[in-house]
Ligand binder design. Structure first.
Ligand code: ATP
Ligand code: MG
Length: 339
């Protein structure tokens, strides 16, 4: 089992990132470790170049994301934690795969269409070829399991197509250069919605800070945001059917259950009949209970530049080592002379 996943270091990590992604990384780290496998989690800083960005902000956000991941429970002794920029093999393999990826394949990517909109001519070349770098990210390590959200499934399919074509064109049947990666969709990845609008997901790029719980919020800020969260005047129902058409209420129940490790049904069984005046303080308390210790670790680690640098340096060294045989095999398969 080789788990590989990346996360972009842009913006402030929030509750949705934690419950939807980071917490699963921690589970996968434990799973891979207990099976004698490997878990590699990287900061996709090279990917951030595909959109306009402010260099100082990218720099700070990269270090903050490392602090966040470790604060959330990723253990640098068991997970290979690094940033792409310190492992040149990502950029190298990406170029080697550019000869295999087809324009038509990239043109069909819905993320490209969504992000480019009507202004394709004005986009960076990196935004268009981004999925090739993503393919390199996972193929470099012969990943078997790639945790992805719904939005990234198509890119993983593309990575499989690229690997397959490369193996066909340049590998031999008994010695394929790349392993075809499988998407791994964790069963319990909660989708958390905005606190201001239950029809939109909680998101880093949403302008209103009141719409999300940041992992760096103080307990008071968390409580304030929950208190101000949009709801309706009805009490909580005792059954799920009673949440129909009540997106905000459903979201708060989902958050509570995800933090508590229970189910929305169980939460309703306990709190059904009670109004938000009662439920919101209980939810705020639960948030502080779970996120408080994470926040404390984050705040401490964020200031410890030496430790952060050491974590990334060590992770990068391990990643370079794990990726080397595959990168060498790709160069060789393509007939490139390297002394
Ligand atoms: P942006 O608004 O810039 O796209 P984001 O909040 O969507 O930021 P990403 O960096 O795109 O965050 O996502 C990081 C990870 O967190 C991904 O695995 C994504 O699926 C997950 N994630 C993001 N938002 C949520 C959410 N509201 N609920 C659950 N998971 C989420
Ligand atoms: Mg996103």
């Amino acid at each position: 089992m080789i788990v590989v996943s990346g996360i972009q270091p842009t913006g402030k990590p929030h509750l949705g990132n934690y419950l939807g992604a980071i917490r699963n990384y921690v589970k996968l780290q434990d799973e891979a470790h207990s099976q004698g496998g490997k878990c590699l989690i990287f900061l996709a800083d090279l990917h951030a170049l595909s959109m306009p960005h402010v260099p100082q902000e990218l720099h700070a956000a990269t270090l903050e994301m490392v602090a966040t991941l470790v604060a959330c429970g990723l253990d640098p002794a068991r997970t290979v934690l690094f940033n792409q920029a310190q492992v040149p093999a990502h950029a190298e393999l990406q170029w080697l795969l550019q000869g295999t990826a087809r324009m038509g394949w990239l043109n069909r990517m819905t993320q490209w269409k969504d992000k480019a909109g009507k202004n394709r001519e004005g986009q960076s070349a990196a935004l268009f070829t981004y999925p090739v770098l993503q393919a390199a990210d996972v193929l470099l390590y012969q990943a078997t399991h790639v945790p992805v959200g719904d939005d990234q499934k198509q890119h993983l399919e593309l990575a499989r197509d690229i690997a397959q074509k490369f193996n066909n064109d340049f590998g031999s049947e008994d010695a394929p250069v790349f392993t075809l990666p499988e998407p791994y969709i964790p069963e319990a990845a909660a989708r958390i919605m905005s606190l201001r609008d239950g029809s939109r997901k909680m998101s880093k790029s949403e302008p209103s800070d009141m719409s999300r719980i940041n992992l760096s919020d103080t307990p008071d800020e968390m409580a304030q945001k929950v208190k101000k969260a949009k709801t309706d005047p009805e009490p909580l129902p005792s059954e799920m059917a009673g949440l129909e058409g009540r997106a905000e209420a459903l979201n708060l129940v989902t958050i509570y259950s995800a933090l508590d490790g229970s189910t929305p049904e169980a939460v309703l069984a306990e709190f059904g009949g009670q109004g938000f005046g009662h439920f919101k303080p209980v939810l705020a308390e639960k948030l502080v209970e779970v996120l408080g210790p994470i926040r404390d670790r984050f705040v401490e680690l964020k200031e410890d530049r030496e430790s952060l640098d050491a974590i990334l340096a060590r992770g990068a060294m391990q990643a370079r080592e794990i990726g080397r045989p595959t990168l060498d095999a790709a160069y060789q398969a393509l007939g490139l002379v390297r002394g």
